[in-house]
Design a protein around this ligand. Structure first.
Ligand code: NAD
Ligand code: UDP
Ligand code: UDP
Length: 316
């Protein structure tokens, strides 16, 4: 039985990862400061004999004994990571240093949840891992983008300098049940607006693109990456390469939810990437993985989840 630490384990992706690891027979330590995560996401695990929940902020040192570390702690939605940008950078950078220091002491394998944001507003399309990106170092998204870039730097320096067993995945837009209803990300916004019969807010003209991966597909490849051969460090792009404009996404959501929501346009936030699509050749070749859930099917699951939250009065 592997003792496995998941930082950010009470968040959207982290809680699904905890579920999966427990199913696979791990002894799971979930660490979270509940900034964007919630106890509700892991409430069903609290009685599990091999699940432990610890309130802790990864910007502070952590002394535990584990064999695997999945480092997911970091707010992921622009609204949340821009709320306290200094804390966002600290979480990525100090959090990475502390988790790497822990991995070094206990000789654990450690995986970093990096992001497609390391490519910034990309000129290379679709994005390949060899592309260095185009990131504004002083803009409103920089706390997240540069924090995650610096975390990658730290991972590769601990690998070169201390021979740590590292893995880095660059996650592209992912959605599904347990996203925070007021998260501010596009999928949760559009679904909540459609369910409440409110206007759907398109930022800019809606021609910008994203590629959306369903959470189950993403968790599968994160687990495969963690268990891949030693020395295969990545970075590896993980996501669903099917690309949509935000207008197309809005139309799909309205068609699936029904109702009378209309589209309204709001200003495009600064530094909002124009286009984003992963090249997943490396994940396909090295991990034998590709996404299996079509957007429409994943959206149906997600809509069902948000509908239940609204019925339970838990979507505040
Ligand atoms: P989320 O906001 O739901 O989860 C992040 C979790 O980290 C939350 O539970 C939050 O409370 C916790 N956290 C934040 N700061 C912390 C700190 N200092 N100490 C301890 N815990 C802290 O977001 P998510 O979508 O589940 O994202 C998980 C990870 O995956 C993040 O690192 C994010 O950058 C990365 N990622 C996600 C996506 C996506 O589309 N969902 C895309 C790219 C990268
Ligand atoms: N650290 C931690 N848990 C551990 C070991 C280290 O949180 O079990 C933190 C500690 O705060 C340290 C950081 O990780 O500052 C980096 O550790 P490392 O050993 O790389 O460097 P140093 O201790 O020399 O700063
Ligand atoms: N977006 C939008 N309406 C919303 C929320 C977001 O049109 O209510 C747009 C946003 O400007 C961006 C895209 O949707 O172009 C994806 O935004 P999100 O915050 O989900 O993720 P990220 O920009 O980090 O990829």
């Amino acid at each position: 039985m592997k003792r496995t630490l998941v930082t950010g384990g009470a968040g959207f992706l982290g809680s699904h990862l905890c579920d999966r690891l427990l199913r696979d027979g791990h002894d799971v330590l979930c660490v979270d400061n509940f900034f964007t995560g919630s106890k509700r996401n892991v409430a069903h695990l609290l009685g599990h004999p091999y699940f432990e929940l610890m309130r802790h902020d990864v910007t502070f040192p952590l002394y535990v004994e584990v064999e695997r570390i999945f480092n997911l702690a970091c707010p992921a939605s622009p609204v949340h990571y821009q709320h306290d940008p200094v804390q966002t950078t600290k979480t990525s950078v100090h959090g990475a240093i502390n988790m790497l220091g822990l991995a070094k002491r206990v000789k654990a394998r450690i995986l970093q949840a990096s992001t497609s944001e390391v490519y910034g507003d990309p000129e290379v399309h679709p994005q390949v891992e060899g592309y260095w990106g185009r990131v504004n170092p002083i803009g409103i998204r920089s706390c997240y983008d540069e924090g995650k870039r610096c975390a990658e730097t730290l991972f590769f320096d601990y690998w070169r300098q201390h021979a740590l067993d590292i893995k880095v995945v660059r996650i592209f837009n992912t959605y599904g049940p347990r996203m925070h209803p007021n998260d501010g990300r596009v999928v949760s916004n559009f679904i909540m607006q459609a369910l409440r019969g409110e206007d759907i807010t398109i930022y800019g003209d809606g021609s910008q693109t994203r590629s959306f991966c369903y959470v189950d597909d993403l968790i599968e490849v994160i687990v495969r990456m963690m268990e891949s051969e030693r020395g295969f460090t990545g970075p590896v792009n993980i996501g669903n390469p099917v690309e949509y404009t935000m207008l197309e996404l809005a139309e799909k959501v309205i068609a699936l939810v029904g109702g009378r929501s209309k589209l309204v346009h709001k200003p495009l936030p600064s530094d909002d990437p124009r286009q984003r699509q992963p090249d997943i050749g490396v994940a396909r070749d090295r991990l034998g993985w590709q996404p299996t859930v079509a957007l429409e099917d994943g959206l149906k699951e997600t809509i069902g989840y948000f509908r239940r939250l609204l019925q339970d009065g838990a979507a505040a």
